[in-house]
Design a protein around this ligand. Structure first.
Ligand code: FMN
Length: 206
């Protein structure tokens, strides 16, 4: 059984184009493996606070030395990380807002990047601790940037996930969604076709 963690980060929650493409991919996975288990995390409907010094200090403080408030902060982060640990496959909806990822997704990233928990530094550099997973990213944009310097998201998301040990990442783009109904429909149709051709997670490949 494949365990999937689906992360919606559109401000429109499940109605966002990125969330809908991610759902279509999960439907395709379920056709292959009907017992696929899906956990859904929506960082728009359940937003995380911005990371500030107090929250970061809670992460840095040893568990046995944390105050009750720090325990609560670290506990929320621990729960998010446990969801990631439990998942074989991470499915991420990534809309572009004002030339970047949503601030909700950034806040989520800030809560799961934890030294000694999801990554650690060694003499040879950083090592990600969330290994053995595959991620699929569904990136939706009003304009068109893939393959150009204007794509601020692909390298960033790949770098972030890789830093945590998730190096196997595939992207599907739906771009030009603001270029009018015909362009939008064509772009979404292409993205849906790409979803059907995505390489399955390794455990489903056989
Ligand atoms: C507040 C806001 C800012 C946006 N900024 C950009 C942008 O910088 N570049 C772009 O190509 N599209 C931009 N768009 C268009 C979105 O990328 C597009 O609507 C896409 O479908 C968003 O994904 P979603 O439907 O999953 O929310 C923006 C949309 C909103 C609502």
């Amino acid at each position: 059984m494949t365990k999937v963690l689906k992360i919606n980060s559109s401000i429109y929650s499940q109605d966002g184009q990125s969330s809908q493409l991610a759902s279509q991919f999960i439907d395709a996975l379920r056709e292959r493996d009907p017992v696929t288990q899906v956990i859904e995390r929506d960082v728009a409907t359940e937003p995380l606070p911005h990371l500030d010094a107090a929250r970061f200090q809670a992460f840095l403080t040893k568990p046995e030395e944390r105050t009750a408030a720090q325990q609560a902060i670290a506990g929320d982060s621990d729960a998010l990380i446990q969801e990631l640990r439990d998942a074989d496959v991470i499915v991420l909806g990534v809309p572009m807002y004002n030339f970047g990822i949503s601030s909700q997704l950034k806040a989520y990233f800030d809560h799961v990047a934890r030294a000694g928990v999801t990554f650690r530094y060694t003499e040879k550099g950083p090592v990600g601790l969330l290994t053995g997973k595959k991620a699929y990213v569904f990136a939706t944009r009003g304009g068109a940037y893939a393959g150009t310097p204007g794509d601020t998201q692909t390298a960033y998301v790949r770098q972030f996930l890789g830093f945590l040990g998730i190096g196997d990442v595939e992207f599907v783009y739906a771009e030009g969604l603001a270029y009018g109904p015909a362009a939008r429909d064509s772009s979404l149709a292409q993205a849906r076709a790409a979803i059907q051709n995505l390489a399955p997670p390794v455990q489903l490949a056989a």
